[in-house]
Design a binder for this molecule. Structure first.
Ligand code: BGC
Length: 726
């Protein structure tokens, strides 16, 4: 059964603080009141609409996807047809037989754009495609923060920062939902690693949680108004996230006044009593020990008023989201998707998401004088890499190449590196008019070195594949690629490294190279996007949404708790250890990522917010009163380019801090200036104190940042003491 998790994939967003149409709550209450006791439990439980056994029944109106929840036709309540996920509509190994979908670049590539409008456009696109394939719910909106850069799902998430992830996640959700459908935010919460994800106990204090990952969810919910929140597999402070009174009842529903519903992750429900702790819907019930909601819930409700009340509320919440997001009024109509339009959006995201990490002696963009270009690296002649797991999307015809990592049994077919049909080598050749472009694989060091030696420029492609369910043991490039890059760079000082990685990696060869381009998993038009950056058609404007550490020894938890060699977390029903496996997130507290390195005074390989351009920028004239801020960015170079204006809080009432408090992407022609105008969310200046936000009166210092470590002008303001509740 576990294999099914890998048959699924996802979606994305758009803008607007869409106030749900008034009356949705009223309608929900009216419909709920008309339900029979049998009807009252239908919406509380879902299945994977897939015949696991020959006799298993899949409802007639189900669409082959990740989930299905029956409707109540008598009352005009539609069934919920759910598809993964954040990077596009999951392919289901072609089982749906309706062609492919647009694979957006990875979450980190989206995070690197720092461009909310673009992320919204991506969401609108994949939501539209999901709808065209018959779905009305997308399990997209992966906004967990990057507690550990080795996390197998790092590529699915946006960033290590609550503001950036919250804003982009909210936009992604809003974009999807603009198609009159529901999207989620997930995985609520503290799903910071894949190792032991079914039972790891994330330990985090209330304050650290509220100032950290919870703030990211809160901002995403405020901006995106998701119809659903998906609770995570892991435990939080001793309770399964889907059974956590603190997370679901207190934080989400009481404090944030969230009106939608909580759906479980697939196989994440421990008991019927999770309903009392705030769970509204069990998903993929075949993966749990038993269907805990649905019929068993109905039995409890018939004898226990607390359950009966809850069932009423569960229905009202699910119905509210159905009505508020127009699922009843605008049902999916199957039609062909506009492949070209989708890929154009994917390419825009990739172009803005590629980060130029190093560029010595103007190695990039490639000069017209480069007559012999050696492209080196397996698969550069085939396609671009994508991440594995439930978020895996495929274009029409499936992957360009599938590299099995071996194994046998159910999951083996899904532990595959897959490459999308967008060929960097071809895109380079198209642009390298007048040059000879050669290609060599990188299996043999001697071959790679020989190819590099005879060339004016060597472009070496390197990869790091990640998948849901498995964390990377460290941050190295696998399969000896570091040695090949070092040898190629030794052989040709004009070596350009193009990385397709699922997260940060170490670069022991960095100083020997001329340039490094981080392309992440660049999606369905990734090859073209990479080439457009190499040749200067695109002036790179991506900025890192995650710190590249100098060493795993610098991480808050140098060892991943619960990680075992060869281990994976793909089977929700796998036996749990009898003692707790814990991840202590109070080590860094709310100082994740760049905040941690600033606090510890540790040097990084590349800081959060970092990225080079083919032009240069000067930033000055910071003005702020602590509520809003503005400063000027000037393009001081010779090409049009975009800068991400970044503002950081650097001290709060006498305590050193490092928090991103605002950002804005500005595109500027050479010599032109623009003004970044930022609104500062007071929660970013505050600490969580007991049961509310608290700004200690005193001096608050803000700095313009080229990145989180390269700070410019600062301004201090005096702020009065302030306390408030959400
Ligand atoms: C993943 C979710 C996904 C679900 C349905 C789970 O394994 O954690 O992100 O939405 O499967 O495929």
């Amino acid at each position: 059964m576990r294999s099914f998790l890998y048959l699924t994939t996802a979606l994305i967003p758009q803008i607007a603080f869409a106030a749900p149409p008034s009356g949705a709550e009223q309608r929900a209450a009216e419909t709920e009141a008309r339900m029979t006791p049998e009807e009252r439990v239908i919406l509380t439980s879902g299945i994977i609409p897939f015949a696991f056994t020959p006799n298993a029944k899949v409802p007639e109106d189900a669409v082959t996807g990740s989930g299905y929840v029956g409707g109540v036709p008598r009352l005009g309540v539609p069934s919920l047809k759910e598809t993964d996920a954040s990077l596009g509509v999951a392919y289901m190994m072609g089982a749906r037989n309706d062609g492919g979908a647009t694979p957006l670049p990875s979450g980190l590539a989206m995070g690197s754009t720092w461009n909310p409008a673009l992320i919204r456009a991506g969401g609108k696109t994949i939501g539209g495609e999901a709808k065209a394939k018959g779905f009305n719910v997308m399990l997209a909106g992966g906004i967990n923060l990057l507690f550990d850069p080795r996390n197998g799902r790092t590529f699915e998430y946006f960033s290590e920062d609550p503001l950036l992830s919250g804003i982009l996640g909210g936009e992604a959700v809003a974009g999807i939902q603009s198609n009159n459908m529901i999207s989620t935010v997930k995985h609520f919460a503290f799903n910071g690693q894949e190792s032991a994800r079914q039972y790891i106990d994330a330990r985090v204090s209330e304050a650290n949680g509220r100032e950290g990952e919870l703030l990211s969810f809160q901002i995403a919910i405020e901006r995106g108004n998701p119809g659903a929140v998906m609770c995570a597999y892991n435990k939080v402070n001793g309770h399964y996230a889907c059974d956590s009174d603190w997370l679901l009842n207190k934080v989400l529903k009481r404090d944030w006044r969230y009106k939608g519903f909580v759906m479980s992750d697939w196989g994440a429900v421990p008991s019927t009593s999770a309903a009392l702790n705030g769970l509204d819907q069990q998903s993929g019930a075949q993966l749990d020990k038993q269907p805990w909601l649905g019929a068993p819930l109905g039995q409890e409700a018939s004898r226990n008023p607390a359950y009966a009340e809850r069932v009423k509320d569960m229905n009202r919440r699910i119905l509210y989201s159905i009505y508020a997001h127009g699922l009843d009024k605008d049902p999916p109509v199957k039609k062909k998707i506009d492949v070209e339009a989708g890929l154009a959006v994917a390419e825009s995201v990739a172009r803005e998401g590629i980060v130029l990490l190093r560029n010595e002696r103007g190695a990039l963009p490639l000069a017209a004088s480069a007559k012999r270009i050696a492209v080196i690296g397996n698969y550069a002649d085939t396609g671009v890499l994508s991440g594995g797991g439930s978020s895996q999307v495929q274009m029409d015809g499936g992957p360009a190449a599938t590299v099995s990592l071996g194994g046998s049994g159910l999951t083996a077919g899904f532990i595959n590196e897959t490459y999308h049909r967008s060929v960097p080598l071809n895109a380079i050749k198209e642009r390298a008019k007048g040059a000879t472009v050669s290609f060599a694989r990188s299996n043999y060091l001697a071959e790679a070195v020989a190819a590099a030696k005879g060339a004016d420029v060597a472009i070496i492609f390197a990869y790091e594949w990640r998948t849901e369910g498995v964390d990377s043991p460290d941050l190295s490039l696998p399969r000896g690629q570091d040695a090949v890059i070092a040898a190629v760079a030794e052989a040709n000082p004009n070596t350009i490294v193009v990385l397709q990685t699922g997260g940060p990696v170490l670069m022991p060869w960095l100083d020997k190279t001329a340039a490094v381009v981080e392309a992440w998993y660049p999606g369905g038009r990734g090859g073209q996007a990479i080439a457009s950056v190499l040749f200067g058609e695109t002036n790179p404007s991506g900025r890192l949404p995650v710190t590249f550490p100098a060493s795993t020894a610098d991480l808050p938890r140098p060892n991943i708790d619960g990680w075992t060699p060869g281990g994976d977390s793909l089977d929700p029903s796998a036996p749990r250890p009898t003692t707790d496996v814990r991840a202590n997130y109070d080590v860094e507290g709310s100082d994740l990522g760049y905040r941690w390195y600033a606090r510890e005074g540790k040097k990084t390989l590349f800081p959060f917010g970092y990225g080079l351009s083919y032009t240069s920028f000067a930033r000055s004239g910071l003005k702020t009163d602590g509520k809003t801020a503005s400063f000027t960015v000037k393009n001081t170079g010779a090409r049009t380019g975009a800068d991400v204006a970044q503002l950081y809080l650097v001290s709060a009432a006498g305590t050193a801090k490092r928090r991103l408090v605002g950002f804005q992407k500005l595109t500027l022609e050479p010599g032109k200036s623009g003004t970044a105008r930022l609104t500062i969310d007071p929660r970013l200046l505050a600490s969580w104190d007991q049961d509310g936000w608290f700004i200690k009166g005193g001096e608050y210092r803000f700095a313009i940042g080229a990145d989180a470590q390269t700070l410019g002008e600062t301004v201090s303001v005096k702020l009065p003491m302030r306390r408030w509740k959400d």
